[in-house]
Design a protein around this ligand. Structure first.
Ligand SMILES: O=C(O)[C@H](O)[C@@H](O)[C@H](O)[C@H](O)COP(=O)(O)O
Length: 241
């Protein structure tokens, strides 16, 4: 695991945008496509906005990128809580990605049906490959959740399905989410977390005993890929460094 600490959220987004651009372009020297899982939530918005602008909108070969989501709130696309809506508004509507290569988790059908369709898409994409995604970008909630893997839920321990849907009582909505198995087969996993409010949780996730029912982010352990944490000083404040 590699920890990258920036002095503040602005610098963190700048550092991660540069790191991602270099990583993507280095991979595209030896492969034809790059499969990228976007995170929802608020933290990545500043990063997505940077990637949509110079120099990254020219440096990255967007036509070779294929986009997926880590999870989705099962609300209409038009709803401001929809993760795909945010990514299109801030990034994907501003760069030349081939629309056929963008795979949102569809919310215009039953969530379970959408999850089944998503899983079929993933198996089609990665058939015969040892690894799945080239890069998975994840956030972490201050309760230690990632994707839609929330503390105490059975979905945290799903070890066969690659995508699933369930009703999240705490938010009175269905969620569609990737699961640990498909993420842990990725070549590279990048967590992005900021703010003092996540400092103690981050310490428990990274330095504490393995307790994924309390800290679901701990189930994210790449089988043979890289794991990076990009955090600001505020979120890193409780770490032993
Ligand atoms: O749909 C979501 O909400 C995300 O997938 C979720 O896992 C998010 O990454 C964390 O909740 C952190 O969210 P913030 O970046 O808003 O703190």
């Amino acid at each position: 695991m590699e920890l990258h600490v920036a002095k503040d959220t602005h610098q963190l987004s700048e550092n991660l945008a540069a790191w991602l651009s270099n990583y993507i372009q280095s991979k595209l020297q030896t492969q034809e496509r790059f499969t990228f899982v976007l995170s929802g939530g608020n933290t990545p918005k500043a990063l997505y906005a940077l990637l949509a602008k110079a120099p990254y909108n020219q440096m990255i070969e967007w036509e070779k990128l294929h986009f997926f989501w880590g999870d989705e709130r099962a609300v209409p696309y038009e709803d401001s809580r929809n993760n795909a809506r945010m990514a299109f508004d801030v990034l994907l509507n501003h760069v030349p990605v081939n629309p056929e290569n963008i795979h949102p988790m569809l919310t215009d059908r039953e969530p379970e049906q959408s999850a089944k369709e998503y899983e079929a898409t993933l198996h089609r994409y990665f058939k015969g490959q040892e690894n799945t995604f080239d890069l998975v970008l994840l956030g972490m909630g201050d309760d230690g959740h990632t994707l839609s893997l929330f503390p105490g839920l059975p979905i945290v321990h799903e070890n066969k399905k690659w995508a699933s849907a369930f009703f999240l009582d705490a938010q009175d909505m269905y969620r569609i989410t990737l699961t640990a198995p498909v993420v842990n087969l990725a070549s590279c996993i990048v967590f992005l977390a900021t703010g003092e409010g996540k400092a103690l949780t981050l310490k428990s996730v990274i330095e504490g005993v393995y307790n994924p029912d309390v800290y679901p982010s701990q189930v994210i352990k790449p089988e043979n890929g890289e794991l990076h944490w990009f955090v600001d000083e505020a979120a890193a404040g409780a770490l032993d460094r």
